[in-house]
Design a binder for this molecule. Structure first.
Ligand code: SF4
Ligand code: SF4
Length: 541
């Protein structure tokens, strides 16, 4: 094997480096791999590589002591394996071939200088690698890794668990020029990509323009859709557009299960969209599933649907957010289903994305791959259709509103200076979880899930697999907050012929609650649930 220190390297052309206090983040727009560079010296080395005859010269120039060169050689091997760097002079055709310098056997995840996220790998499962990453991320980053942007509250469907209570457009939604200004800011902040959702984002007349605008400004786009507007023509446009990823939402592996939650005809719509993408040659679309009590037994079937279309299955957790709060009691997986899901993920989840959605399941023992971190306000946030910035897409409530991109000096100012985000980046207390032996990996679970079930934010997750939330949930004195935004359509909007919905769907009892609304649902958001959502690396560097 060639010594990587003797090679002439360069950064891959599709890799962007973003400085961070600890070093940098490197993002590959082609394979969507995110790499965490833990040392400023390594960042200098990478920046100098293309101007030096070989890596040794770059190390010398960066002032790295010779005694540490073996560690850097290992890091360079890993970076080459991830196509973050490549031997200088490789042609475009070479890009499809594996780099000739490969990671040494057994070194994955052991580099002390560079590490890929998220980590569908053994190192992450051990909890050791991910633990060190989480520590760094807890204090926040220069810009979010995982920014969800809901472009509209309008949606053509009426799903029961809509996390943003979408349905009707809000007349105050950002105009095209205001959206472009947000994208300009994201470009300046080096936000690698944005997860666009809604509502159904494609109903905005300027949606495709904004996708193109973002791509033209080096902001990759992942968008979530129910597929209604993914025609063969649009699929061909997407297949021909770099830096775009698509998630199609489906919540049942059969029409019966899916359409009860997402509305009649939505199963067929989603599969047609996936078929259109596959026929257009769109590589690696995502099939996005919110795991519920109704579909938890269909995981193998979901996987088959994705595999047959060259897509990747992505599972996310049902949160009691938006209208999800109204159906959470009936739809959240039972304890037995949680256990089955956990074991399925350990057994068959190697190629399944979870967006770090299920880190509360670490309470069973072995951690699932991922950071195991609530990234709210640290690496994750939401811009809603009005330009309001929330700590997390599942936390649309004034309690978690950090500011507004129009009235508070822009997104960057909100991200960097908001008091709320400052608080979230401070050390948190663990409350009733303090004595739990699984706290290091479970971290008490999801802040939004606790908030919207009326549980203390420093206590156990409502789905704590050790059962420590059961008594609090059973207590009658909980106050369950309502989301600050509700754009649900009025009763009667459910399509005629939809038939009865087997799950009991109704708002939580509250004297002030409006009548039961028909269900409306936005697509499942990409990284709504964590900093890891949507990343697809298969190994550490
Ligand atoms: S979904 Fe929950 S765990 Fe994830 S960032 Fe939001 S509040 Fe935190
Ligand atoms: S008690 Fe807290 S840390 Fe322990 S498993 Fe439950 S939610 Fe997780």
């Amino acid at each position: 094997m060639t010594d990587p220190l003797d090679e002439a390297w360069e950064l891959s052309p599709r890799v962007a480096l973003r400085p961070e206090p600890f070093g940098a983040l490197a993002y590959h727009f082609g394979n969507r791999r995110l790499t965490f560079l833990k040392r400023p010296e390594l960042v200098s080395v990478l920046r100098d590589l293309s101007g030096e005859p070989d890596a040794r010269a770059a190390l010398t120039r960066a002032g790295v002591p010779a005694g540490r060169w073996p560690a850097y050689a290992e890091a360079l091997r890993g970076l080459a394996g991830a196509d973050m760097i490549r031997p200088r002079g490789r042609t475009e055709a070479d890009r499809t071939r594996p780099p000739h310098v490969t990671a040494a056997p057994g070194t994955a995840g052991q580099s002390t200088t560079a590490q890929s996220l998220p980590a569908k790998n053994a190192a992450a499962r051990s909890g050791t690698a991910s633990g060190s990453l989480a520590k760094r991320f807890e204090y926040g980053l220069a810009a979010p890794i995982c920014l969800t942007w809901e472009l509209t509250y309008a949606c053509n469907l009426s799903c029961v668990h809509c996390l943003s209570s979408s349905g009707r457009r809000d007349p105050r939604e950002l105009a095209t020029a205001q959206c472009e200004a947000v994208i300009d800011e994201l470009q300046a902040m080096q936000v690698f990509y944005v997860n666009i959702g809604g509502g159904e984002p494609t109903v905005r007349p300027d949606f495709w323009h904004l996708v193109q605008y973002a791509v033209n400004h080096q902001v990759g786009v992942k968008f979530s859709t129910n597929g209604a507007r993914l025609t063969p023509e649009r699929a061909r446009f997407l297949a021909a557009t770099d830096y775009v990823d698509v998630q199609v939402s489906l919540d049942g592996a059969t029409p019966e299960v899916n359409d009860r939650v997402r509305g009649p005809g939505s199963y067929e719509t989603a599969l047609r969209a996936l078929d259109n993408l596959a026929a257009a040659g769109f590589a690696d679309a995502k099939l996005s599933v919110v795991v519920t009590r109704e579909n938890a037994g269909q995981l193998d079937e979901f996987k088959a649907i994705a595999d047959e279309r060259g897509a990747t299955l992505r599972l996310t957790r049902l949160r009691p957010s938006g209208r999800g709060a109204d159906v959470w009691d009936e739809l959240h997986p039972t304890a037995a289903q949680q256990r089955d899901l956990y074991e399925w993920l350990l057994r068959a989840g190697e190629d399944v994305l979870t967006g770090d959605s299920f880190f509360h399941l670490a309470g069973y023992g072995e951690s699932l791959p991922g950071l195991n971190l609530c990234g709210a306000g640290r690496v994750v946030c939401l811009i809603d259709p009005l330009g309001d910035v929330y700590a997390c897409p599942f936390a649309i409530h004034d309690r978690f509103r950090a500011g507004n991109v129009l009235s508070d000096g822009g997104f960057a100012a909100v991200w960097r200076e908001s008091e709320l985000f400052g608080d979230l980046r401070s050390p948190q207390t663990s409350g009733a979880c303090t004595g739990c032996g699984f706290f290091d990996s479970c971290r008490g679970g999801c802040m939004a899930a606790k908030f919207f079930t009326g549980l203390p934010l420093d206590g156990p997750d409502p789905e704590c697999v050790q059962g420590h939330a059961a008594a609090a949930l059973a207590a009658g004195d909980r106050t369950v907050p309502r989301p600050s935004q509700d754009h649900s359509r009025r009763p009667g909007a459910r399509r005629a012929g939809a038939g009865p919905v087997p799950v009991r769907i109704g708002r939580r009892p509250s004297p002030a609650a409006p009548p039961v609304h028909p269900p409306v649902h936005p697509p499942v958001h990409a990284c709504a649930e964590s900093p890891l959502a949507g990343f697809t690396p298969s190994s550490d560097v």
